[in-house]
Ligand binder design. Structure first.
Ligand code: PGA
Length: 247
């Protein structure tokens, strides 16, 4: 059975020192047993990657950037290189988060290039997809998710591991978590879709206002292999309360 994934998306929060303190506290409060059944991922703001690397490189906790450029080097002022992140120990990267799509106008076509790049560098991509409130109200949830999935995963290597995070945009940072029926339905459909696209090694995680009090019911659903967590991942206690859904 796959390990459950607990991915922290810190967004534009935490100084390098705060990131280091989080890492130390998190490791102090987890044991080898924790990592037998669970994986922990952290997506910090880029300035904290190096400090996280210093604190986590001997641990099973994986970390990586929240956003990458489609090229690894060159004249691209202000961009982030996955190869440089990798040189300081990053083994994962977040791709296509709805804030990137909405605020920074990221398109499916560049998201696809980023997935391809991450695969070529043997970095695990965590690809985000999800519908807006308007799209849900128009009954377009599955159409939108499938379109995002097909575009982002065009021509990718089907045998390489990939994590897909289903994050309904209306549930992100709003406190309005999707209902169990909504998550169950979309995850079942996404599982079918990924299987029909011939993916061999994928996990589906849910994101959007995940907290300790809804984590247990959500993770009990079929095809929910973990969570992408924003607000509740900023404190070790609230993050661990979610990870320890089974204790
Ligand atoms: P949230 O964010 O948990 O604060 O809703 C989730 C995300 O943006 O990945």
């Amino acid at each position: 059975m796959n390990k459950k994934i607990f991915a922290a998306n810190w967004k534009l929060n935490k100084t390098p020192d705060q990131a280091a303190a989080f890492a130390q506290d998190f490791l102090a409060k987890t044991s080898e047993k924790f990592f037998e059944t669970k994986e922990a991922f952290i997506f910090p703001q880029n300035f904290s990657l190096d400090k996280l690397s210093q604190n986590l490189k001997k641990s099973p906790v994986r970390f990586g950037p929240q956003q990458i450029h489609i090229e690894v080097k060159g004249a691209f002022t202000g961009e982030n290189s996955l190869a440089i992140a990798q040189s300081i120990g990053s083994t994962i990267c977040l791709i296509g988060h709805s804030e990137r799509r909405q605020i920074f106008s990221e398109l499916n076509s560049s998201i696809n290039k980023k997935v391809l790049l991450s695969q070529s560098l043997d970095t695990l991509p965590v690809l985000c997809i999800g519908e807006s409130l308007e799209q849900r109200q128009k009954n377009e949830t599955l159409k939108v998710c499938f379109e995002q999935l097909e575009a982002a995963l065009s021509a990718v290597n089907l045998s390489k591991r990939i994590v897909v995070a289903y994050e309904p945009v209306w549930a992100i940072g709003t406190g309005q978590v999707a209902s169990l029926d909504q998550v169950k339905e979309v995850h079942a459909e996404l599982f079918q879709k990924m299987t029909s696209m011939n993916f061999k090694n994928f996990q589906l995680i849910y994101g959007g206002s995940v907290k300790a009090d809804n984590a247990k019911d959500l993770i009990a659903l079929d095809h929910v292999d973990g969570f992408l967590i924003g607000g509740a991942s900023l404190e070790v206690t609230s993050f661990l309360d979610i990870c320890n859904f089974d204790s």
